[in-house]
Design a protein around this ligand. Structure first.
Ligand SMILES: Cc1ccc2cc(C(N)=O)cc(O)c2n1
Length: 327
């Protein structure tokens, strides 16, 4: 790319695409492709052209991540499909019962395939994409409705402003957990201490406080990460028939998915996954409060359905509570 490119709509689209590719590699794949200086040079070039040609501004331009405060507070929005809480299991016997109950309900004698993932200790949100473009981000709230925090969601680099595909579903809602990595939490509290400000008790509270800021510039300054964990409502496409494949699809679209996510066979696979993750837990760069196990087959999930608001096809196996972080 030449430096002195004549500004044009095509050139703006190329710059946006290039900057978003670099940002995806850096923030989602943790694999920077160019030095920060090169990213900043292109970003400034884009800003300058957009300033002189606002009509060329693209919806997924990285310059559009940090907007203005919403005039009023956060509007309340109803979820198209309820955001479920999970039944909890606190010991292996409960896991064995969960497995037996699932097999009985499915009238299945063979081992069930489960998808396992760390249960991130953050805040659940739902993102709506129309024709591949992010239109809204809503907190879980009470599971039926939540707060529209789109302006704050847009500032998070691991939230794609546009899905990385030329053939997006007309409508898809993606669910994920927004969390603050342990290191970012320590730096944030060290800064707060220096400024004699109130400290956050733990990364989850820090993430919640950062998302509830009315000013997106404050949210933008906080080290927040989105990890996608499921596809919610969608229409106009053929959804993968396995939860695991759905997560791979989300990764292909540009979302961060958890690299510890794994598909296992039967209850023994679940118990082994628990033992391994419980050992590795202290070394993780983020807080978790358990493991989420899901029946991998979407058809089996639909057959099992839901009791009240907790699905019969999933369970959260909790770790013993970590000692509270002393200030
Ligand atoms: C259905 C459901 C509900 C809450 C969840 C929460 C998490 C999480 N906190 O990481 C992961 C999941 O797969 C979840 N899945």
């Amino acid at each position: 790319m030449t430096d002195a490119q004549t500004p044009s709509l095509e050139y703006v689209k190329t710059l946006v695409s290039q900057l978003n590719d670099y940002s995806y590699s850096y923030h989602v794949k943790d694999d920077p492709k160019v030095p920060d200086s090169e990213y900043d040079r292109l970003y400034k070039a884009l800003q300058l052209i957009e300033l002189k040609n606002p009509q060329w501004i693209q919806p997924d331009s990285p310059t559009q991540r940090v907007g203005e405060k919403p005039d009023t507070g956060f509007a309340n929005v109803e979820h198209t499909v309820a955001m479920l809480s999970l039944d909890n299991a606190f010991d292996d016997d409960s896991m064995l019962e969960f497995n037996e109950r699932v097999k009985k309900l499915l009238n299945e004698s063979a081992d069930i395939e489960f998808c396992c993932e760390p249960k991130l200790d953050g805040l659940a949100i739902s993102l709506r994409y129309e024709d591949g473009v992010l239109v809204r981000g809503v907190t879980r709230g009470d599971g039926l409705s939540g707060e529209d925090i789109t302006s704050n969601i847009r500032t998070i680099h691991t939230v794609p402003l546009k899905l990385r595909t030329d053939t997006p579903p007309p409508v898809v809602e993606v669910r994920g957990e927004i969390y603050m990595p342990k290191e970012g939490f320590e730096v944030l509290n060290a800064l707060a201490k220096q400024k004699d400000e109130k400290l956050f008790v733990n990364p989850r509270n820090a993430a919640a406080g950062s998302l509830r800021q009315l000013d997106p510039k404050i949210t933008a300054s906080r080290p927040l990460v989105l990890c996608a964990y499921s596809i919610g409502f969608s229409e106009g496409w053929t959804q993968p028939q396995s939860h695991y494949d759905g997560l791979i699809q989300l990764g292909d679209w540009g979302f961060k998915i958890n690299d510890r996510m794994e598909r296992v066979t039967g209850i023994q696979g679940c118990l082994s996954y628990y033992e391994k993750l419980n050992q590795d837990r202290p070394a993780l760069t983020y807080d978790i409060d358990g493991i989420v196990y899901k029946v991998d087959s979407i058809a089996k999930q639909q057959e099992l359905g839901f009791i009240a608001r907790a699905p019969r096809w999933a369970i959260a196996r909790k770790f013993p509570a970590q000692e509270e972080i002393t200030q």
